[in-house]
Design a protein around this ligand. Structure first.
Ligand SMILES: NC(=O)C1=CN([C@@H]2O[C@H](COP(=O)(O)OP(=O)(O)OC[C@H]3O[C@@H](n4cnc5c(N)ncnc54)[C@H](OP(=O)(O)O)[C@@H]3O)[C@@H](O)[C@H]2O)C=CC1
Ligand SMILES: O=CC(=O)O
Length: 465
């Protein structure tokens, strides 16, 4: 009776201990899977919560999911190895204990279970450390954004396709370049940085990079170096001359470009300039997208710009997640030159609108009407535009804090008039507006907001009186 109770106890103990061991193996495997999954997601740049630094652009490189399959095979192999190791330890320690203690009871099984569990935990930790070594960016990233982990995959397909493949080591460090940190470039680059991308900046005046560097951006000392170190480089430059110089000049973007890299020029230039830059970039094997923006300083800060893009469609697709960070919408318009043309038409209309609005404000005042009431009336009617409501009140106070510098508006009118002439289109209203902006420039108002064009009208009125 006693011996049958003992043997029942032993076999019950053995069964529960085996169960306990299996449970501990399962729970260890589950937690190691979680750890492994987390590492795997990070190694493969799969979205966990907020977007990651070092976001990659597989479409640009024509990569497939080969690396993901390799990682899966590696993971499965590791699991098989762990199971084999557990079985070996279980049988070896069981045998050793039986030999040492002369009995095989439930105590032996408990010890065996604990030993197996400990070894499994150790191998999991070692595997995790090995993965960290293979993916050097993981620990830094993990430290930075652990609080942002939500384990939710991004729904947008463009984000998903940009994050589920794993490339060779050096690509893990490539990022997004940004050249030209003026009124527009600074907030645009800042938004990319805030979104978690690795941003490398350059601006002609180095001090303009300081704020972004202090917020985590990297700095390179020439446009070519930025392009060489990044997969996609953006440029937001003043005019056609600076855009060509930065793209094609000495130490320019082209010197750092090559196959698998993309250059996105978001400056407002004419189509001929864009085509010239495109040809130079493409001669290196790189891709080119022109993407001028509609929207001023505030939309740039708020990530609400409108991109008017044209050029390499594959770059458009690859860069889309970045454009979505900086803008609220984007248009793909086909061949290089179409984005520039669309932007110039829009700004030709805007320049004329502002000139006309200025005339209206001054006329209302001359007639003894309250210009503030005029602004309110306009805001409620068919010609309502945010531009009038935003700029009207400060224009009434003769204040022109630069959001869209007047010199750039005049440049856009000049380029639009040339464009109109190239297709024999009459644009007398825009031509008259252009004269007014030229006059404003001659009064030293180039760096004021373009709403300062009203001062040119005031000066004209004063001359006539
Ligand atoms: N402001 C706005 O509301 C909008 C502007 N745009 C367009 O965006 C572009 C930039 O505008 P914005 O940011 O306002 O202008 P800014 O004048 O504030 O910035 C211009 C940028 O171009 C750089 N730059 C100028 N000349 C050269 C040169 N010769 N070589 C190298 N870099 C140069 C400046 O460098 P640095 O300052 O470092 O010396 C600066 O980074 C323009 O084409 C403009 O028409 C488009 C939509 C809206
Ligand atoms: O180019 C200027 C803008 O506001 O758009």
């Amino acid at each position: 009776m006693h011996s049958s109770i003992e043997s029942l106890k032993a076999s019950t103990g053995e069964a529960s201990s085996i169960l306990a061991t299996l449970n501990s193996i399962e729970s260890l495997k589950a937690s190691s899977k979680l750890l492994g999954l987390e590492q795997y997601m990070l190694c493969n740049n799969i979205e966990i919560g907020a977007p990651k630094r070092n976001q990659r652009f597989p479409d640009l490189r024509g990569e497939s999911n080969r690396k993901s399959v390799e990682a899966l095979v590696k993971n499965t192999g590791t699991e098989f190895l762990q199971c084999g190791l557990a079985a070996r330890i279980y049988s070896d320690v069981t045998y050793g204990l039986k030999e040492a203690r002369g009995v095989h009871d439930w105590r032996n099984n408990l010890i065996v279970g604990a030993a197996t569990g400990a070894v499994l935990a150790l191998t999991t930790a070692m595997d995790t450390a090995a993965c960290s070594r293979l993916c050097p960016r993981v620990p830094a990233h993990f430290n930075r954004s652990v609080s942002r982990f939500s384990f939710s995959f991004k729904a947008s397909s463009s984000q998903a396709s940009g994050s589920t493949t794993q490339g060779d080591e050096k690509l893990l460090y490539s990022g997004v370049g940004f050249l030209g940190l003026g009124i527009m470039g600074s907030p645009m680059a800042h938004n990319l940085l805030k979104a978690g991308y690795d941003v490398t900046v350059w601006s002609r005046t180095k001090s303009k990079c300081d704020t972004l560097i202090s917020l985590g951006a990297q700095y390179k000392s020439s446009p070519g170096e930025v392009a060489a170190s990044c997969e996609i480089t953006f440029a937001m430059l003043a005019d056609p001359e600076s855009a060509v110089d930065i793209a094609c000049g000495e130490h320019g973007v082209a010197s750092g470009m090559g196959p698998g890299k993309g250059y996105v020029d978001v400056s407002t230039v004419d189509g001929a300039t864009s085509k010239l830059i495109s040809a130079r970039i493409k001669s290196t094997g790189g891709l080119f997208l022109e993407a001028p923006v509609s929207g001023s300083k505030k939309p740039a800060e708020d990530g609400k710009l409108i991109f008017l893009t044209a050029g390499d469609k594959s770059l458009y697709e690859t860069a889309s997640p970045l454009l979505d960070v900086m803008g609220k919408s984007k248009f793909y318009l086909g061949d290089v030159g179409n984005g520039a043309a669309m932007k110039l038409v829009v700004n030709m209309i805007m320049g004329s609108m502002m000139a006309s609005f200025s005339e209206g404000l001054l006329l209302s005042e001359k007639l003894g009407l309250d210009p503030a009431v005029l602004v309110e009336v306009i805001s409620q009617g068919a010609i309502s535009a945010p531009m009038y409501s935003v700029k009207g009140p400060s224009m009434i106070q003769s204040l022109y804090p630069p959001a869209f510098p007047l010199k750039h508006q005049q440049k856009d009118l000049r380029l639009a008039l040339r464009l109109a002439e190239s297709v024999s289109q009459a644009t007398p209203v825009a031509a008259a507006a252009n004269e007014l902006y030229k006059l404003a420039k001659s009064h030293g108002l180039s760096d004021h907001d373009f709403s300062a064009v009203i001062e040119a009208l005031k000066a004209r009125l004063e001359q006539k009186e």
